[in-house]
Design a protein around this ligand. Structure first.
Ligand code: SF4
Ligand code: SF4
Ligand code: SF4
Length: 188
């Protein structure tokens, strides 16, 4: 079992500024700071149940062939920095705890309710020609809308996006995130 990797969100939260705060100030910061939304593994239970069941044994992390699962502060989360989810189900099969909806996986039910979002740092939105995300999307969920006087900009078709994350790491501007479509699965 490896040392927990807190992922990009965790690293962001852990980053400090200036002098080290007192213990009281640290506690206040930890109490007041909102937790960034995280993406739980496919077929995982809802956040509270998943975190309650996950022992952070790391079996799913080791089993994932594309290395998109990371041990995090409370359980396991998805990080598309190194790859995409192929929905192979190896994580579900490897988990010794009741952290996943095994029946849903067996029935090939949708693995999660997530979608890719392109933010304002997208190069194309800023007028620089780029279609890297669209070229990476096997689901053809990213379409480029022509714009008068500028380059086409990407739009994600939420009905086609599987949340695989293939578009995330190819974006030169780190402008894409895959996040839950609703409040479900989001740690508020
Ligand atoms: S379904 Fe497969 S590729 Fe996706 S997170 Fe689980 S083990 Fe990794
Ligand atoms: S295999 Fe299950 S219990 Fe172990 S880290 Fe993954 S989700 Fe948690
Ligand atoms: S997450 Fe996957 S399916 Fe969705 S837009 Fe990105 S590459 Fe396409």
């Amino acid at each position: 079992m490896g040392t927990p990797n807190h992922g990009r969100a965790g690293h962001r939260a852990a980053r400090g500024r200036g002098a080290a705060p007192s213990a009281d100030a640290r506690d206040a910061f930890l109490f007041e700071a909102p937790r960034a939304p995280v993406l739980l593994p496919p077929w995982s239970l809802r956040a509270d149940a998943f975190e309650g069941a996950c022992t952070q044994c790391g079996e799913c992390v080791d089993a994932c062939p594309t290395h998109v699962l990371k041990l995090a502060a409370r359980a396991v989360e998805v990080d598309f920095a190194d790859g995409e989810c192929t929905f192979c189900g190896a994580c579900v099969a490897a988990c010794p705890e009741p952290a996943f909806d095994v029946a849903a996986h067996a029935a090939s039910a949708p693995p999660w309710n997530v979608v890719a979002r392109v933010d304002e740092t997208c190069l194309a939105r800023l007028g620089v020609a780029c279609q890297s995300c669209g070229e990476a999307c096997e689901a053809h969920a990213i379409r480029f809308r022509p714009r008068a006087g500028s380059v086409p900009e990407p739009r994600v078709d939420a009905t086609l996006c599987t949340g695989c994350g293939a578009c995330v790491r190819v974006c030169p501007a780190s402008a894409i995130e895959v996040r839950p479509r609703s409040a479900e699965g989001v740690r508020a």
